[in-house]
Ligand binder design. Structure first.
Ligand SMILES: C[S@@+](CC[C@H](N)C(=O)[O-])C[C@H]1O[C@@H](n2cnc3c(N)ncnc32)[C@H](O)[C@@H]1O
Length: 255
């Protein structure tokens, strides 16, 4: 595929498999096409590895952080469960929203919580909102432990950001979906791997082996869930699509 950004003619020209599309450079369509390339180049440059939240590295782009904030504030869950702790930034982010909302707590699971990360999270001002569990997110003992920490009438949001193979994410979706009540979401992050298979740091198999494929297969098996981009709560633009590393991520429980 070839993209030509012509700032003189103010057009974007895309040539793909013998087809040529020309669109106004400052259009919605051009913004979406250029954003996809921006995501790919940025990921290859490790742009998502450049942010912190209240002092802890958070491996996300700001767009996804703002969008999940919109969901968490709207749903106001009793508990936010996250697989994949890494440096703890996303746990601290969720905990900060719980503190601001005056509601909620956070459970984080990671197969390996490195001692320096554990120490930094335990010493953080927001640690009282957080419980950490070490082990694989799909280990039945870990799943049991997580569920023992959630009361039957509590609303949860579950964010899956651990191992991103299709098989693992599908197993996580099967293991945790029953914690979600109607109106809330289980979120299979990093489906952008399907777009990253051909960048230098990517892998060819990511074209099929990715969280987006897991979410689609899960939704086909579970009609009580639909893949839905959460509505934008404010929008004075003509735009409608998230600029995101989380395509097809939000599985909403509808009944
Ligand atoms: C992308 S990082 C998480 C980033 C974090 N959520 C954030 O936003 O900053 C992925 C983490 O998943 C963990 N992980 C990998 N396989 C796992 C598994 N089977 N179960 C639980 N955690 C796993 C890794 O140890 C790593 O810390």
């Amino acid at each position: 595929m070839k993209l030509i950004i012509d700032t003189d003619a103010k057009v974007l020209e895309i040539s793909d498999k013998g087809q040529v599309r020309v669109m106004p450079l400052y259009s919605k369509e051009a913004f979406e096409e250029i954003s996809l390339q921006w995501l790919k180049v940025g990921w290859n440059q490790k742009y998502p590895y450049t942010f912190t939240w209240l002092g802890r590295p958070i491996i996300q782009i700001p767009e996804d952080i703002i969008r999940i904030q919109e969901v968490i504030y709207r749903v106001k869950p009793d508990v936010i469960i996250e697989t994949g702790i890494a440096h703890g930034g996303s746990l601290i982010f969720s905990a900060s929203l719980c503190k601001l909302m005056g509601k909620g707590r956070v459970i984080g699971i990671d197969i390996e919580i490195r001692p320096h990360n554990r120490k930094a999270i335990e010493q953080h001002e927001l640690y009282p909102y957080i419980t950490m569990i070490e082990g694989s997110s799909t280990d039945p003992e870990v799943v049991k432990k997580v569920k023992s920490l959630v009361k039957p009438d509590e609303q949860a949001i579950v964010i899956l950001d651990s191992c991103h193979t299709k098989a693992h994410v599908l197993a996580e979706l099967e293991a945790y979906h029953d914690l979600i009540k109607p109106g809330s979401y289980i979120v299979a992050t990093d489906g952008s791997m399907k777009w990253l298979h051909d960048v230098p740091r990517g892998k060819p198999e990511w074209i099929w082996d990715n969280p987006s494929e897991a979410a689609k297969e899960f939704a086909a098996r579970h009609p009580e869930f639909v893949i839905e981009q959460p509505p934008w709560l404010f929008n004075e633009s003509e735009l409608s699509k998230n600029i995101t590393h989380w395509p097809d991520a939000f599985l909403k429980r509808i009944r």
